[in-house]
Design a protein around this ligand. Structure first.
Ligand code: ATP
Ligand code: MG
Length: 432
């Protein structure tokens, strides 16, 4: 029989590596809470048209990377429906914002999520078909201040503090403005015009983009097209006064709190819904897939989905790539890749002591200790061998110990063996 394996581009996360994932998620929740974000959990699959309408038909994500299927009707009253595993989470959050009338509160909604996303891409280091994102969105009616450049700066400042708190150094924040719904079309028209005479000399991918989605040409990483791309018009020259002022205010607020950034006029990002501020945090340690996270403002997204005017800004961070960065940097505050040792291994000496051993383990666990429970069927030598791999101490529970309530405890690091009364065991283990 051929053995089944995890599907290409997906993987299992095993302990002890999952300790590191939990650590990053805990830091996320702690830091984001300080900015008063609340968690949202949206479904993993959605109606396909949600992504077509928001991310955009002409993007790589929608045109070739989505896991989409026709969900059969189960009853006469049902219609079959095209469903898609979410390739990103902003669309789902904005759908939920509209569906639950969150705009009616009149307040800004500050929502974050942690969860898997799915894209049929070519798997490689830092690129998977099921990957995890940590993301956040700040969205609300204009009266709540959702269009203010302070919101952009606050999100960027939060990200810099988050990366600092994780101990990730050496990141770069790359910033740009792609203009609003009024100035961007002018730029796209100029781009189209400039591309017309040169596009035949570009790679097939960029020839297609020049037709369907000229902004995406700027995003291209094809080295053969670099020379042509360098000659194309720059978005900064097409921004209207309002977009320029917005961008200047974001930069000024970042300067004021010492968050370093670099402006890159080619950073347009791959999704159609971005307006004004776009950004990426990159990290040199990641190699070709160097983006830790990306995001931007999406002032028209809610309306694109049939909702009320609800400008917003958000980002999505690649959790897999955060983990890779932490692992390659061997950051001290993060849990190490070596297995975590239990505080003690409880070894019943004989099967008749199994039940009392479970009771002892229960008492110690209820006092917060990490306990591994052996089996009275094991020879004592075997108990010691296993305990030595899994725990810092072994507690021997023989007939004498059971009767007297005084246990024999051996510490593997010091080799010291001591007798400890049962009611002092937890505190003794806590200190050693
Ligand atoms: P990239 O340029 O790396 O393809 P992207 O522009 O597709 O990224 P977004 O769609 O904005 O990125 O996603 C935000 C973040 O999610 C990325 O910066 C990256 O860290 C992570 N990410 C995106 N696609 C993948 C993937 N296939 N595997 C792992 N992480 C991913
Ligand atoms: Mg991508």
């Amino acid at each position: 029989m051929t053995l089944l394996k995890a599907v290409r581009g997906t993987r299992d996360l095993l302990p002890p590596e999952t300790e590191l994932w939990n650590h990053v998620e805990a830091v996320t929740r702690r830091v984001f809470a300080r900015y008063n974000f609340g968690e949202i959990r949206t479904p993993i699959f959605e109606d396909t048209s949600l992504f077509a309408r928001s991310v955009g038909e002409e993007t790589d994500i929608v045109s070739k990377e989505m896991y989409t299927w026709e969900d059969r009707a189960r009853a006469q009253s049902e219609k079959s429906q095209s469903l898609t595993l979410r390739p990103e989470n902003t669309a789902g959050v904005v759908r939920a914002y509209i569906e639950h009338n969150l705009g009616e509160t009149g307040l800004l909604q500050k929502l974050y999520y942690i969860g898997p996303q799915f894209r049929r891409e070519r798997p490689q280091k830092g690129r998977y078909r099921q990957f995890w994102q940590i993301g956040a969105e700040v969205i609300g009616p204009p009266s709540a201040g959702s269009e203010s450049p302070l919101r952009d700066a606050e999100v960027l400042e939060m990200l810099s503090s988050f990366l600092d708190e994780l101990g990730i150094t050496g990141w770069n924040l790359v910033l740009n403005s792609v203009g609003s719904s009024t100035d961007r079309p002018k730029y796209v028209a100029a781009l189209r015009q400039a591309l017309a005479p040169v596009k035949d000399r570009m790679s097939p991918d960029n020839q297609r983009r020049a037709e369907t989605n000229p902004l995406r040409v700027l995003d291209s990483k094809d080295p053969a097209d670099e020379a042509i791309i360098a000659t194309l018009p720059k978005i900064a020259d097409y921004l209207d006064e309002a977009s320029k002022a917005h961008f200047a205010a974001v930069c000024a607020a970042l300067d004021a709190c010492g968050v370093k950034y670099e402006v890159n006029p080619r950073l347009v990002r791959g999704l159609d819904y971005y307006t004004r501020t776009t950004f990426e945090f990159t990290h040199g340690g990641l190699g070709a897939q160097n983006a830790l996270l990306g995001g931007g403002r999406y002032d028209g997204l809610s309306e694109m989905l049939g909702g009320p005017k609800a400008p917003g800004i958000g980002f999505a961070m690649g959790l897999d790539r955060l983990i890779l960065t932490l692992q390659s940097a061997q950051i001290e505050s993060a849990p190490s890749a070596s297995a975590i040792l239990a505080d003690a291994f409880v070894a019943p000496l004989g099967e008749q002591l199994n039940a009392p051993a479970l009771k002892l383990a229960r008492d110690l666990r209820r006092q917060g200790l990490r306990i591994e429970l052996g089996d009275g069927g094991f020879r004592i030598k075997k108990s010691f061998e296993i305990a030595n791999k899994l725990a810092r101490n072994i507690i021997l529970l023989g007939e004498d110990e059971h009767a007297s309530g005084i246990l024999t405890v051996k510490n593997f690091a010091t080799g010291e063996q001591t007798k400890i009364p049962r009611d002092q065991l937890a505190s003794a283990l806590q200190t050693r």
